[in-house]
Design a protein around this ligand. Structure first.
Ligand code: GDP
Ligand code: IMO
Ligand code: MG
Length: 435
């Protein structure tokens, strides 16, 4: 059996959580392969809203197994709070959640360092979620990190102290006032106490070598869906560096983040919004700082699931989407938040960029505001409310033209159109290709 992948094609928040939840009925296992609590994946059903940060979005389905893979970075206290919010709803939670012993731990001092680096960068700051993602992956690569499996060792406390002291030295060198720094409203010492308890309570969970689980499941013919966090344009290698996250958010991250070989990969589902958003700093060629941008933010409730920050909004960017399809080997596309575009007289789509006096259709090295100017194709909009639509055939003609235009440009079918945040507001287009 092959392992399928579902991931974000833009700058994150494309609606991955919602779609993974809908897709889980077709899978036996859902597995996160990278990122950590910088992610915020929203799932809405039965008038209840849940935001998951570390736990895979398949957790609400009865027969699903959910894996937090070795490529993920886990913050025990954030994870514990996440568990507390859902454990009443999921009686078999502990038996269906598996954590890789090789996943790296985010320490309170990683979070402190995240803030220290951002402060040091000043105006150039990334706009990090400050969950300690960058410093934790830094330690993983520098070979001095702590892993989930280490909480079972008798010398965990000493190892923790050694790494924390290393971090405090660094913070001092960055001239960061760490003594007065608060984490989630608590002093460092108070946060650390709670964190340590949460770290030890990880022992209650199934801590396993998840690479054997995934490979054995595939050998038995079970179906696995790998759930991406963040988005392609935040990838550490291919995103708008340095305004990126610290992991490979693209499909290549699945092999290293779950221990599966490339030949095991099947479908790659790319989720994109019908327009674009970005939270945090960095290039965004089609950004709208006008009434249309405000309209998209209000209609789409574009405020961060993890930090509550307003998201920057703009038109769909096809050169960027084409780049994302190439990098991921995307086999099928899923368009979300389509309902948000209803009511706009005209809708623009960037098809090219003006770049150094030339017209190009690729994603160049220099994506800065000064270097890249989008070239737009304008289409007529539609007024119909889509949120009750259930059938692709009955969608407004103008929307069908919008879909066809995107499919023709990318040469990849849009197989699902999402028309609202609820599980049920999902249309399967039931076709292989329209272009
Ligand atoms: P993720 O990080 O990719 O899982 O996305 P987020 O959950 O951070 O952000 C997506 C937001 O859009 C959430 O508030 C979802 O509830 C919401 N959402 C998802 N799909 C749709 C859709 O088709 N229409 C509308 N209006 N909202 C959606
Ligand atoms: P999901 O999985 C949107 C952004 C941050 C910042 C940059 C680096 O919900 O789509 P980090 O905390 O990794 O140091 O932040 O990346 N970012 C996200 N933006 N959705 C996310 O996750 C994000 N995770 C990180 O805003 O610009
Ligand atoms: Mg999100």
């Amino acid at each position: 059996m092959k392992l399928d992948i579902l991931l974000g094609m833009q700058w994150g928040d494309e609606g991955k959580g919602k779609i993974v939840d809908v897709f889980t009925q077709r899978y036996d296992v859902i597995a996160r392969f990278q990122g950590g609590p910088n992610a915020g994946h929203t799932i809405i059903f039965d008038n209840q809203k849940y935001i998951l940060h570390t736990i895979p979005s398949g957790i609400f389905h009865e027969n699903s197994k959910n894996i937090i893979g070795n490529g993920v970075v886990l913050e025990p206290l954030i994870f514990q709070n996440e568990i507390l919010k859902i454990e009443n709803r999921i009686p078999d939670l502990y038996s269906k959640l598996f954590i890789s012993c090789k996943a790296h731990l985010i320490l309170p001092s990683h979070r402190l360092l995240d803030a220290a680096y951002e402060a040091y960068k000043g105006k150039e700051k990334i706009g990090s979620t400050l969950k300690g993602i960058g410093p934790t992956y830094t330690d993983k690569i520098a070979r001095c990190g702590l892993r989930v499996g280490d909480v079972q060792r008798s010398d965990f406390g000493e190892r923790y102290l050694k790494l924390k002291n290393q971090h405090l030295l660094l913070a001092r060198n960055l001239e960061f006032d760490y003594k007065n720094h608060q984490i989630d409203g608590l002093s460092f010492e108070n946060y650390e106490k709670l964190w340590m308890e949460a770290a030890y309570s990880l022992k209650k969970f199934n801590i396993v070598e998840t690479e054997f689980m995934t490979n054995q499941a595939l050998d038995k013919g079970h179906k696995i869906l790998a759930e991406g966090a963040q988005g392609t344009l935040l990838d550490i290698d291919f995103g708008t560096y340095p305004f990126v996250t610290s992991s490979n958010t693209t499909s290549s991250g699945v092999c290293s983040g779950l221990g599966v070989a490339p030949k095991r990969i099947g479908e790659v589902y790319g989720v994109f919004k019908a327009y674009c958003t970005r939270v945090g700093s960095g290039p965004f060629p089609t950004e709208l700082n006008d009434d249309t941008g405000t309209y998209l933010r209000e209609q789409g409730a574009e405020f961060g699931s993890t930090t509550g920050r307003p998201r920057r909004c703009g038109w769909l960017d096809l050169p960027a989407l084409k780049y994302a399809c190439m990098l991921n080997g995307t086999t099928a596309l899923i368009m979300t938040k389509t309902d948000v575009l209803s009511g706009l007289k005209n809708i623009k789509i960037a098809t090219h960029y003006k770049y150094k006096g030339e017209i190009i259709d690729y994603f160049p090295f220099d994506m800065s505001f000064e270097a890249v100017e989008p070239v737009y194709h304008t289409m007529e909009g539609w007024n119909e409310d889509l949120t009750l639509s259930t059938d692709g055939d009955t969608l407004p003609e103008k929307l069908k033209q919008y879909i066809l235009f995107i499919e023709s440009y990318l040469k990849i079918p849009i197989v699902v159109v999402s028309v609202g945040p609820d599980r049920l507001q999902t249309i399967f287009m039931d076709k292989q290709s329209n272009y």
